[in-house]
Design a protein around this ligand. Structure first.
Ligand code: ZN
Length: 480
């Protein structure tokens, strides 16, 4: 079959079409019946489970406990924190009727859980001995979306939300940065996305936060994707929900709280960081199938290669490698090869009658091709883990080089507009929200973050010429 049926539009022709076709054809998602909703299919959900496993282990290892809070939140809770309700109002889904009657108080379908968790924290914290309180929830949230894109912006999505309460600012800030570190690690080491950790400018802060931190990844169209955020709330939510404790000195004090989240958006990040014109390219640590074995041959020969493929799969699985046998004998080998390239399997093993006779199998990597390679059937379980590790490292290196070659340090408006047309601009900026708005209106670029590792530098705003803020450079770019 030609490209029209199986393949996808090339990235440089229409990146957005490439993405939309790929998420459907790779069987990651389907559209839900209600506007903006997505059905996550088993292949996509397995990807999410693997992200979850990695993140959940790290969250627990650093002393947090999982809990679950209700989906429905009294509307009045959201009004208690003025910035919070203002920020979320346009996106809220509100239940006004239930059980056949109009409700006395409408219920909000959670867009995030600071309010309801804050209410519970107030009940659970009374003494300094109750702190820090380190909670995490895995849940779905609903934010009404007018321009949905699968995984990136959907009306309902899955995420984890960490919520913690602390005795003072220093402890809460340590927590805020710890969460950012966990996200940076999962993005870099598991998803092979070389994200830049940094702080959001005041105009880009979370509604109700004192400081917001983010990890930003560069996609293969040069746009930025915010892949996780961590917020220091100061005492804003503690004031709104009376989260107080008695200090060692016996005084009543307000807690300092944090929240932090990573969502199914991360899957969109993986697709757009590594994918190419043939389809998905999955980092081995997130690939539902790290190895796909395709047995080849008809009749008796086909039966023999199929049996050998299953035997090999058994040995690979025993070695801890996620393996799948594509036994669809009614489909040609070429069709099956293309299908697993589209679906991003890191390694494909082709097993034909002649290979079987020779005690070998043909290994084809999804990328970085030095051509196909014949390997011995017996040594495959020892050989393949190393190949997968190399592939993982290769993806991170390739994405890092891409990001670095599309990031420009610029000092003039002319150079700025060129930089953000194809990637990121690293610039001095005055920090005024009005100037950020002007830039956005002119070139659709926004401040992504003030990188944590930026070197001290001051000067003049690249757009308006006023004195620079933040004491270092800011990344601007177009974003998802
Ligand atoms: Zn300015």
């Amino acid at each position: 079959m030609g490209r029209d049926e199986r393949g996808v539009t090339p990235q440089n022709e229409d990146f957005s079409a490439w993405y939309n076709e790929l998420v459907a054809k790779a069987q990651l998602v389907d559209r839900g019946p209600a506007k903006g909703t997505m059905v996550i299919r088993p292949y996509g959900y397995r990807l999410w489970e693997l992200i979850q496993e990695e993140l959940d282990r790290r969250i627990k290892d650093t002393g947090h406990e999982n809990a679950y809070f209700p989906l429905l939140i009294p509307e009045s809770y959201l009004r208690r924190e003025a910035d919070h309700v203002e920020g979320f109002s346009p996106e809220l889904a509100i239940v006004t009727h239930a059980g056949g009657k109009e409700l006395e108080e409408p219920l909000v379908v959670r867009p995030t859980s600071e309010t309801i968790i804050g209410e519970m924290m107030a009940k659970w914290v009374s003494s300094h001995r109750d702190l820090p309180l380190l909670l995490n929830q895995w849940a779905n949230v609903v934010r009404w979306e007018l321009r949905p894109r699968m995984f990136l912006r959907t009306t309902e999505f899955l995420w984890q939300e960490g919520h913690t309460a602390h005795a003072d600012e220093a402890d809460a800030m340590r927590e805020t940065m710890l969460a950012l570190d966990l996200y940076t690690e999962v993005a870099r080491d598991i998803a092979a996305i070389p994200v830049v950790p940094g702080e959001k400018t005041p105009g880009e802060r979370f509604a109700g936060a004192v400081r917001t931190f983010t990890i930003e990844g560069m996609m293969r169209d040069g746009k930025a994707l915010q892949a996780g955020t961590s917020h220091y709330m100061g005492t804003n939510f503690a004031k709104a929900f009376d989260i107080q404790y008695t200090s060692e000195a016996g005084r009543l004090e307000l807690c300092h709280t944090t929240s932090w989240g990573m969502s199914t958006r991360m899957i969109g990040g993986v697709i757009m960081t590594h994918g190419d014109d043939k389809g998905l390219v999955l980092p081995p640590r997130l690939a539902p199938y790290q190895v796909v074995i395709v047995p080849i041959g008809r009749g008796d020969q086909g039966a023999q290669t199929s049996a050998a493929a299953l035997e090999l799969a058994g040995r690979l699985k025993a070695a801890g490698i996620r393996t799948h046998v594509d036994d669809r004998a009614q489909l040609s080998p070429g069709f099956r090869f293309n299908d697993w390239e589209l679906r991003g399997a890191p390694i494909r093993l082709e097993l034909g009658p002649r290979d079987l006779e020779a005690g070998t199998v043909v290994m084809a990597k999804r990328l970085g091709d030095e051509g196909k390679q014949s390997i011995s059937l017996s040594s495959a379980p020892e050989l393949i883990p190393g190949v997968l590790e190399e592939f993982q490292a290769f993806l991170l290196q390739r994405a890092t080089e891409y990001r670095d070659s599309h990031t420009m340090r610029v000092d003039t408006w002319d150079a700025f507009t060129k930089a953000v047309a194809s990637g990121w601009a690293l610039v001095l900026h005055c920090g005024r929200p009005a100037c950020e708005d002007d830039i956005k209106a002119k070139v659709a670029a926004t401040p992504r973050c003030i990188p944590l590792d930026g070197t001290p530098e001051t000067g003049w705003c690249v757009h308006c010429g006023e004195a620079s803020a933040y004491g270092k450079r800011v990344i601007f770019g177009r974003a998802y």
